[in-house]
Design a protein around this ligand. Structure first.
Ligand code: ATP
Ligand code: MG
Length: 392
């Protein structure tokens, strides 16, 4: 799948933008603060209803505006195109120009698919999958386990619609169970009250864990293959699900294992007032030739591995969905040496659409085979190569 048209209004530095986009690799070049990340952020907003940069939607709305909107037209290999629009509320504004049409006034965020308001996030996520890589994604390798769990969550949510609901139930059960554990420890509540929360925790946790393991099993060989393409066959990347439930077997066995672990940890749980095992403690082990990249990897090795992981995430979503997601690469060439940059360029051809941004594009980057090239400056986007831009 790919995005053929993007329209932004009052979003970040974009007052008004209409952009036609061809499939294939596209290059966006612009100096710092010219709107490169904002452009990719808007596409991810359409794909996931969220910004990768902030949890405060309001921050995306152009300063001083009452609302902002991103809209996109997505084309699929099978099935008809889909129009997705996300409208966000900004600050109170007295400017009559800032009046929103009534159909959008359904709260701080309104998502529409083909003109119909959609109330559940779960029904939007995965409609038009996209995968973003930014320099911050170094944290996938270097950062805390929470960063890697987030990667799993974002990827699986785009493949398995019920995953977000399971995650939601799990978190709720965990919160309630932890609260109660503290009370039981202080003799302020009866331990019997834990049972229903434990059941919900186990039920949702078993599904989450099975989804994660299945996803990583599928991801691991793809990531290894991409890593070897990105490093000229010099590094063997290993990806492994690290969890007390890893390899626990089918659903029934996984459930028995989870229950047994919870029972075994019960004394410690009471002591700490918190659930000690389960998917909220999951991690992903990332190794190169068997040693931990997190602990021993060079900056460049970690960056390449993070990139291989993200690109393999896109491949796996493609395998599972039958439609390759849009790949968004924010400023990832600047940190790679020439050879790795060349290998990455070759890889871009295996995706249906890739949007690449660069602040300082080298000549060799500019001269690569792009379907479209664009220059950004102060919230304007000018096409310099490829299919003709329209003002539609
Ligand atoms: N809500 C907002 N309203 C108006 N402008 C904003 C808003 N949020 C951010 N900006 C501005 O938008 C501009 C573009 O930011 P963006 O992060 O997209 O730039 P960039 O091209 O990715 O830069 P860099 O190369 O430094 O990463 C910046 O000047 C930023 O201050
Ligand atoms: Mg940027």
């Amino acid at each position: 799948m790919y995005i053929s048209k993007l329209r932004l209004q009052y979003l970040r530095c974009y007052q008004q933008l209409t952009l036609d986009l061809p499939p294939g690799p596209n290059l966006f070049v612009g100096p710092n603060a010219s709107g490169k990340t904002s452009l990719l952020e808007a596409i991810l907003l359409l794909a996931t209803t969220r910004s990768p940069r902030t949890t405060y939607d309001r921050e995306l709305v152009q300063w001083g505006r009452g609302w902002g909107q991103a809209a996109g037209r997505f084309e699929f290999n099978s099935g008809s195109p889909r129009a997705i629009a996300v409208t966000l509320q900004g600050q109170e504004s007295s400017d009559p120009e800032d009046e929103l049409p009534p159909s959008y006034l359904t709260g701080a965020k309104c998502v529409q698919i083909d003109g119909q308001v959609v109330n559940s996030v779960a029904r939007v996520v995965g409609q038009a999958p996209a995968v973003l890589f930014t320099p911050d994604d170094l944290e996938i390798v270097k950062g805390s386990p929470g960063v890697r769990r987030r990667l799993l969550n974002m990827a699986i949510a785009q493949i398995t619609p019920r995953y977000l609901a399971d995650l939601h139930r799990y978190r709720r059960a965990l919160r309630q169970r932890n609260k109660l554990l503290k009370q039981v420890a202080q003799d302020r509540a009866d331990g019997a009250g834990l049972a229903p929360w434990t059941s919900q925790l186990v039920e949702a946790g078993v599904r989450i864990s099975a989804d994660r393991e299945q996803f990583l099993n599928q991801l691991s060989p793809v990531a290894a293959q991409l890593q070897s393409q990105l490093t000229g066959d010099t590094e063997q990347l290993g990806i492994r699900y690290s969890s007390s439930l890893a390899g626990a077997g089918d659903e029934e066995q996984r459930e028995a294992a989870f229950r047994e672990q919870l029972e075994r940890q019960f004394a410690r749980e009471l002591q700490r007032g918190a659930t000690q095992v389960g998917p909220h403690r999951d991690d992903v082990e990332i190794t190169a030739d068997g040693w931990s990249l997190r602990r021993f990897g060079s900056q460049g090795q970690q960056r390449t591995a993070a990139l291989a992981l993200k690109l393999s995430e896109a491949q796996v979503i493609g395998q599972r969905r039958g439609e390759l997601p849009i790949v968004l690469l924010d400023d990832c060439f600047s940190e790679l040496d020439n050879r790795r940059a060349g290998w990455l360029l070759e890889l871009l051809g295996s995706f249906q659409q890739v949007l690449v941004t660069s602040a300082a594009a080298s000549d060799s980057l500019r001269e690569a085979d792009w379907a479209g090239c664009y220059e950004l400056e102060g919230g304007e986007v000018k096409q310099t190569q490829g299919v003709a831009a329209t003002d539609g």
